[in-house]
Design a protein. Structure first.
Ligand code: FAD
Ligand code: 2HG
Ligand code: ZN
Length: 479
């Protein structure tokens, strides 16, 4: 595969792009920081320009023009990705294609229980449109106020409801995609059954902008539950959290929609940086858990189910203490604490993230082993361990010792720390990326954790669909 080479003068390309989207929507110059800087402040690139099309036809013409010029394209939604995949490299030769102006809800089909939206729709707006139509769209994550559905699809985002509803992939029925040649693939169906060969939809989902530009999607809607209830529990150990998860599956069955775990260090950071959130009970035990139940019957039914679970768990010594949110406001406040961990970590300073999955049954053993190994190489490191325990997905993040220089710590220890963590993940047959993707940050780590056969197949797919390496080069695969 060849790397994209410029075949047309840049001025000619900029003029062509302006003629396609209008000059107000081709941004150049020094003020592109919000498009060039990644969310975690790990990398800062330089774009040739930012192009903001507002229709699929415009996207197709932009991609055609860039392909003809041999100029690479970096698709970008809300730029909330955590693996440095949505910002340009430092060469000043890549075009950032921002989908943010393509934000229409194209259709709601209540009988088919689907909604069709454009890629730049903010996730929260998709949720609101679903609510307005009398349904729920269950994808839910801390960045939902700024991430886009196109970015969610491109990363196959997870979040806090995966346990019941699945990842973004499971929520999507159809896609509209502009290929690296500028052709349109209209796969925007609302079909729940379609066995007509290779699954192109699932190939584009999770491809992190390396195979094409997602311009629209048809998504599944679900009935709104009659009631949602949230509980917060304190636990002496991670083993107990796993035990509580098993009990919650037994007691609540399909009613269990969320099960999140947070360690004391993670909650301590929220308490430090957002004291107004008033984190409950966090100093009592090393671990806290958030449980959500959704009930098709009534709030009374939901409450009695959750109370019975907690009573049994306290009686068996699994849970030390628990609170049940009295109303939606209190439930929202508890979830807000959980969703603020990433922000609190950012406020504390640069850190090392690991978004891993391990079979749930092995998680306590994994954490014990990795904690011990890391404490031995960097005394005083802080373990910010939290995540979607119900999915076996931990955010096993490492923060510099209190008072240390975070940037210097990351520069000195990141490679060593991540090597230990990923090696331990491999011993437990886990994954080095449960939900955030590979991007640039984990690109060079991926080959150590995929079989040569899997990597060769991935490279074949990339070169078959994007032979000139126009789409988001250097992300996911080094090629
Ligand atoms: P961007 O960051 O703009 O892009 C991400 C990737 O997708 C890039 O590779 C980009 O090139 C590609 N891309 C974007 N749009 C398109 C498109 N239309 N077509 C093709 N490729 C495209 N993630 C989770 O999975 N679960 C969580 O719980 C979660 N919580 C988060 C909480 C916070 C506070 C933050 C900051 C991030 C969180 N994330 C989480 C990560 C992030 O929000 C998700 O990865 C999200 O899906 C990215 O959407 P985006 O629109 O911001 O995409
Ligand atoms: C979450 O679950 C996100 O809150 C972000 O996936 C995780 O900050 C992180 O590492
Ligand atoms: Zn997460």
């Amino acid at each position: 595969m060849t790397t994209a080479e410029h075949t047309l003068p840049m001025g000619g390309l900029l003029a062509t792009l302006q003629s396609i989207v209008g000059s107000a929507h081709v941004l150049t110059g020094d003020d592109l920081a919000s498009y060039e800087q990644d969310w975690r402040q790990r990398t800062r690139g330089k774009a040739l320009c930012v192009v903001r099309p507002c229709t699929t036809g415009e996207v197709a013409r932009v991609v055609t023009a860039c392909a003809q010029a041999g100029v690479p394209i970096v698709p970008q939604g809300g730029n909330t990705g955590l693996v440095a995949g949505s910002t340009p490299d430092a060469s000043g030769t890549q075009v950032v294609l921002s989908l943010r102006r393509m934000a229409a809800v194209r259709a709601v089909d209540p009988d088919n229980m689907t909604i069709t939206v454009e890629a730049g729709c903010i996730l929260q707006e998709v949720q609101a449109a679903a609510e307005d139509a009398g349904f729920t769209f269950p994808l839910s994550l801390g960045a939902e106020g700024s991430c886009t559905i196109g970015g969610n699809l491109a990363t196959n985002a997870g979040g806090t409801q995966v346990l019941r509803y699945g990842n973004t992939r499971e929520l999507c029925l159809g896609l509209e995609v502009v290929t690296p040649q500028g052709d349109l693939w209209d796969g925007l169906t609302g079909l729940r059954k379609d066995n007509t060969g290779y699954d192109l939809r699932n190939l584009f989902i999770g491809s992190e902008g390396t195979l094409g530009v997602i311009t629209a999607a048809t998504l599944k809607l679900f009935p709104k539950p009659a009631a949602r209830l949230t509980a917060w529990a304190t636990l002496p150990s991670l083993e107990n959290a796993c035990r509580l998860l098993a009990m919650a599956h037994q007691h609540l069955a399909a009613g269990l929609t969320g099960f999140e775990v947070m360690n004391q260090c993670a909650l301590g950071l929220v308490d430090k940086h957002y004291p107004q959130l008033r984190v409950p009970l966090w100093q009592q035990t090393p671990w806290c858990v958030l449980i959500e139940i959704s009930d098709a019957e009534s709030e009374t039914h939901a409450r009695s189910m959750l109370e019975r679970l907690l009573e049994a768990a306290i009686e068996e010594g699994v849970v030390a203490d628990a609170i049940l949110a009295e109303n939606m406001r209190q439930a929202h406040d508890l979830w807000h604490i959980r969703e603020s961990i990433t922000l609190a970590q950012a406020a504390e300073g640069l850190n090392v993230k690991h978004d891993i999955s391990i079979p749930v049954s092995q998680i306590p053993a994994f954490v014990r082993k990795a904690d011990n190994a890391l404490a031995a190489i960097a005394a005083g490191v802080r373990f910010v361990t939290f995540g979607h325990l119900g999915d076996g997905n931990l955010h096993y993040n490492i923060q510099a010792p209190a008072g240390a220089d975070n940037r210097a710590f990351v520069a000195e220890f990141e490679a060593q720390i991540s090597a230990i963590v990923y090696d331990t993940v491999r011993q437990f047959r886990g994954s080095i990326s449960a939900e955030h993707g590979i991007g640039e940050l984990k690109r060079d780590t991926l080959p150590q954790h995929k079989s040569p056969t899997a990597l060769a197949l991935m490279r074949s797919i990339k070169s078959a669909i994007d032979p000139h390496n126009i789409m988001n080069p250097g992300r996911l695969l080094s090629v």
